[in-house]
Design a protein around this ligand. Sequence first.
Ligand code: PAF
Length: 281
Amino acid sequence: MTPATAMAVAATVEQARAAVGVLPRPLGFVPTMGALHPGHLALVAAARAECASVVASVFVNPAQFGPGEDFERYPRDYAGDRAKLEHAGASLLFAPESGAIYPPGYSTVIDVGPMGARYEGAVRPTHFRGVATVVSKLLNVVRPDVLYVGQKDAQQTAVLRKMVRDLDVPVRVQIVPTVREDDGVALSSRNVYLTAEQRAAAPTLHAMLRAFLGRLREGASGEAAAREARPVLSPLAQLDYLDLVDADTFEPLAALRSPAFAIAAVRFGNTRLLDNIWVAR
Ligand code: PAF
């Protein structure tokens, strides 16, 4: 697919605001941390299908990485990302330097409360605060009509929907289904960290989730379903959590009801992989 016009690029808040001002509406926004894969491009495609213009951002947000996490080694490929976004038909790429988002003296944060402290938040205590803060800032710059986020990071989708609700942000949040490899592994920029052996074992994460949900559908309690599905996971992986949660609050559910997510996080060595299955209404 060849885009009709060249993609504009903005590096500062002022440049982004000026470029957004002339774009036809409705405007779709796809925030990313770069290292783009087909999962990100599915977000751009969903935005293109519904909106007259699409803005994407590439910003590896230091505020959502904890001490000792992979901020420094997080994959970066600006030239590749720019080419992919242009080819996918984005109208504008906002790619700020860290100082454009967090200038000296910056101190305000957005904390969504207990929802941000469970599951991923229990392992990464400042993560969702960093996500909510940067996305709020990006929304204030881009002022889109629709925000596109991937289902792969289910808790992030719940956190962002809550932030938008609580702060009356005038944007609709659209969740786009996870893109998977042929063997079921959810696409993630962090998959590049896996060794060949770990990558070969990675499909067992989604298989465990399917087994968990299957047992819940047969009437098993959450605890029994998790216990019975656990052996499906490769012994190369350590389980962080496997649970059923309310899709809106991310509170754990004792039995199957909808809308919900079956969620899991595992570690292959130092690499954490997340996955989930949406349980529709
Ligand atoms: O999902 C991501 O890549 C990031 O958390 C996001 C939403 C771009 C905020 O930095």
